[in-house]
Design a protein around this ligand. Structure first.
Ligand code: GAP
Length: 476
């Protein structure tokens, strides 16, 4: 059987099995917003946990953080987002649809520069575009109940800035020494002009970011370290190597803060089967900490200008900025400097999509098609399902006991409905690595059947061994 490669099939599996639903579906849905269902919320939590485990729990040099989504407006002035975080867009004069200029395709036989030969993706009109202009991607909202103290604030477009503005707090309250990192997982929001491909590009999404602070001059070494470490994270969790690659950015692609950037790309089954960004790893230099030092100096001006960010001038920097409030003193080298930053920035939703696509497989069992998700045990939503073969002869009671015992350690599922073959198929499709079946023999010799998802091999083990068996096999 052919492996499933079409995005529509993934979308339909996700809906049918309760991984992902359209947001507000009973009201016709809200474009580009999605809800994770019972299986999807387990998958997503497991992906978050796997990231946190490998970056915070298993490393001595990274600590975690959980910042608020709303931040002081000056944060976004200093970071550059208030002025520069925009897509260049154009509006079709025929149908009024706004498009990103860099997403417009050329009409056949038209290779003219500019917009003259470009096609509107909504109505097909060629070259009917307004002058390109910037479109700010940050969502705005009002904070404060009174007219006097209410102000315009932004929903964060990246979690990174919460880390930079807490750099001093973390230094002062923990025993970290450079090189070290701060990690955070959380929601980010961007009013994307084009959303696409299910959960690939949405307006509300979750990021998992590390800001790794190091001494200037060691940044290139750490950049190499993170390229390797982040590639390995995906393959360790089961993504096939042939579907993953590292792509360095061209100079003209680099974000305003980056000295170098490499994308971890996955071969997603949409676009034209193209490689698409899963994660970006950037060398942000000392840009952000320096900018926040400048931003801190403008606080009085911000009050004087009544919070008008466009009137804040960030150009001035003190000559001894290397000794500023966000600098670091290296005790051994007896040197003070603004640290450089390497930033691996991953998307939790995009990772979930890649794990779903990569795990999906079809094979044939006794002439029947079997759809399965070959999830790595660490991310499988359900680790083990427990079935009594039939609903009588004391089997449900034994099965319940085993289930109650192992569910303390793993997310498990109990099912006594329908034929056991059908129950196996349902678990295969949910990606459950093991099914434990209690049958007539269990009462005689205290053994149960353990069936493995990928090979469908079955073995009998003593029922007192189930917990230990799963612990070893799942290795989580
Ligand atoms: N702090 C750096 C930063 O935010 P980015 O390349 O804009 O860099 C990092 O975003 C990651 O966040 C992307 O590789 C992607 O996985 C995820 N991401 C960004 N925009 C997204 C969107 N609109 N929908 C889903 N995921 C998104």
């Amino acid at each position: 059987m052919a492996k499933l490669t079409k995005l529509e099939d993934i979308v339909s599996l996700c809906k049918r099995r309760g991984f992902i639903f359209q947001s507000s579906e009973i009201y016709g849905g809200l474009a580009s917003c999605y809800d994770y269902g019972p299986l999807g919320s387990e998958l997503k939590r497991n992906v978050r946990n796997a990231w946190w485990k490998s970056t915070v729990q298993m490393r001595d040099d990274i600590v975690g953080l959980d910042c608020s989504i709303f931040m002081h407006p000056l944060v976004w002035k200093a970071s550059g987002h208030a002025d520069k975080f925009a897509d260049i867009v154009t509006v079709c004069k025929k149908c009024n649809v706004r498009s990103r200029v860099d997403h417009l395709a050329s009409a056949e036989n038209k290779t003219a520069d500019g917009l003259a030969g470009k096609v509107c993706p909504a109505c097909g009109a060629v070259g009917q575009f307004t002058e390109p202009m910037p479109f700010r991607l940050m969502f705005e909202t009002q904070m404060g109940a009174n007219v006097d103290d209410s102000m315009t604030i932004f929903l964060r477009p990246e979690t990174a800035q919460g880390i930079f503005v807490n750099f001093r707090n973390v230094l002062d309250t923990t025993r970290v020494k450079i090189p070290f990192g701060i990690a955070q997982i959380g929601k980010s929001f961007r009013n994307e002009v084009t959303t696409k491909a299910f959960i690939f590009r949405t307006r509300e999404f979750e990021q998992a970011e590390i800001e790794f602070f190091c001494a200037p001059g060691t940044d290139e070494k750490w950049f190499e370290h993170w390229k390797e470490a982040r590639f390995k994270w995906y393959t360790d969790l089961g993504i096939k190597k042939e579907n993953l690659r590292l792509r360095p950015h061209e100079k003209d692609e680099l974000a305003h803060y980056a000295k170098a950037c490499v994308d971890v790309e996955y071969k997603f089954p949409f676009g034209s089967g193209d490689w698409q960004e899963l994660e970006g790893i950037a060398n942000r230099t000392d840009f952000d900490l320096r900018q926040h030092q400048r931003g801190m100096r403008t606080l009085n001006a911000w009050y004087e200008k009544k919070g008008d960010l466009s009137k804040i001038d960030l150009n001035s920097e003190s000559e001894d900025y290397q000794k500023g409030p966000l600098s670091y003193f290296d005790e051994e080298a007896k040197q003070r400097f603004i640290p450089y930053v390497i930033e691996p920035s991953a998307g939790i939703d995009r990772s979930c999509l890649a794990f779903l696509v990569d795990a999906y497989d079809e094979d044939e069992v006794n002439g029947e098609k079997r759809g399965l998700l070959r999830f790595h045990p660490a991310i499988a939503p359900v680790k083990a399902a427990v079935f009594p073969l039939v609903k009588k002869d004391g089997m449900p009671e034994i099965a319940r006991n085993i289930y109650d015992d192992i569910r303390k350690y793993f997310n498990c599922f109990y099912d006594e409905k329908s034929a056991v073959g059908r129950r196996y198929r349902r678990q295969d499709e949910a990606g459950t690595p093991f099914c434990i079946t209690i049958d007539g023999q269990t009462k005689e010799d205290q053994t149960v059947t353990v069936r493995e998802r990928d090979s469908m091999k079955q073995e009998r083990i003593n029922m007192s061994q189930v917990k230990q068996y799963l612990r070893e096999k799942l290795d989580i």
